[in-house]
Write a protein that binds this ligand. Structure first.
Ligand SMILES: *Cc1c(COP(=O)(O)O)cnc(C)c1O
Length: 352
């Protein structure tokens, strides 16, 4: 690994709460190129623009994968990375689906830990902030024929972030999407790839115009079963049981989702991973059995849903305090910020 010093460091923002999500970037980035059939040595270099050939495969055919993980600074001042090995592993799984050459997981892990040490002063001691780490790999070869690219760039950029849903209430409004699907049944839904997001934009723009925060996707085959919401997995509490759609060939296997399932079971909450139909959810709401709905993802952690709407039908969720979502959120954050000990090996502390 090569480190190139940045002699022009930015002044850091003082108002952490106003950081938003992914708007400010730190002084360094990780960079590696795939050329001549292999990944070249990783470089940590000053944050900078990239120069690409106008025919680069990623620009025309969306050959791209990405990841999202966070480092947190606890009340004790210590920096903690959460389940980063899972993210690196998933990055390679996405690579396989998108015909991108896999990266050396150990080398990428080392580089991520090294850049966090370099950028430690960007991780603020504030419960609502974290350092969001965004690895991405994209085809940069310069041929217009439709083939996997022969060249790639791996870059990792870092962004200090505050709450994902800023200036909004604590609850999100969700529209059940009946006119579009996120991905096909045997499509690319299990890969974290930009194209899945490109195809979701129109739907979210329309939903936002209608006053919603996110859309809830239904399965592409029957439009009956719930898949996930926007960039989050989804959970329902029905008669005290925590229910989430089981993984299939189109749902993204979220690391926050996995963590929630593990923590809920540990806390004695019954968990069911199974097919969840939209009719079941509306029926449970009608007879008062649906008490909570929430989304899970690295960016938003746990987002409670206040309203779910499908055509003319609307569910308004009770605004429970200390419900299942709150209990799991405080457990998860407790682990991430170092207040609660865990034995799963999820936390890696970073020595500054
Ligand atoms: C990243 C992502 C999630 C959440 O995954 P985490 O690992 O929990 O961050 C859920 N759905 C989609 C479509 C995603 O891209």
């Amino acid at each position: 690994m090569i480190i190139i010093e940045n002699k022009n460091l930015q002044t850091k923002p003082t108002d952490y709460k106003q950081l938003g999500f992914g708007k400010v970037f730190t002084d360094y980035m990780i960079m590696s190129k795939y050329q001549d059939g292999k990944w070249q040595e990783i470089v940590i270099q000053p944050f900078q623009n990239l120069s690409l050939h106008p025919a680069a495969t990623c620009l025309h055919y969306a050959q791209e994968v990405f990841e999202g993980l966070k480092a947190y600074r606890g009340d004790d001042g210590v920096i903690r990375l959460f389940r980063h090995r899972d993210n690196i592993k998933r990055l390679n799984e996405s690579c396989r689906r998108m015909c991108i050459p896999e990266v050396d997981e150990d080398a990428l892990e080392k580089a991520i830990i090294e850049i966090i040490k370099l950028e430690a002063s960007w991780i603020f001691e504030d419960e609502d902030t974290a350092l969001y780490i965004r690895p991405a790999i994209f085809g940069t070869g310069n041929e217009l024929g439709v083939h996997p690219s022969k060249e790639y760039i791996l870059c990792v950029i870092l962004s200090p972030v505050a709450k994902y849903y800023q200036n909004k209430e604590d609850y999100v409004k969700i529209k059940i999407e009946e006119h579009f699907h996120r991905v096909g049944k045997l499509g690319t839904g299990t890969a974290k790839t930009g194209g899945n997001y490109a195809s979701s934009l129109l739907s979210s723009v329309i939903a936002e115009e209608e006053g919603f925060d996110q859309v809830c996707w239904l399965d592409a085959e029957t439009s009956k079963y719930i898949e996930e919401v926007g960039s989050m997995n989804i959970f329902f509490v029905i008669k005290g049981v925590l229910i989430t759609p089981m993984l299939n060939t189109s749902i993204l296997d979220g690391i926050t989702r996995r963590s929630i399932i593990t923590l809920a079971k540990q806390m004695g909450i019954s968990v069911e991973e199974r097919k969840v139909s939209i009719d079941e959810v509306f029926a449970a709401a009608q007879c008062g059995e649906l008490t909570e709905v929430f989304g899970s993802g690295t960016a938003a952690v746990i987002s409670k849903v206040g309203m779910l709407k499908k055509a003319e039908q609307e569910i308004i969720l009770p605004r429970l305090k200390d419900g299942v979502a709150d209990i799991l959120l405080s457990q998860l954050k407790g682990i991430q910020y170092g207040r609660i000990h865990e034995d799963y090996g999820w936390i890696t502390t970073i020595q500054e």
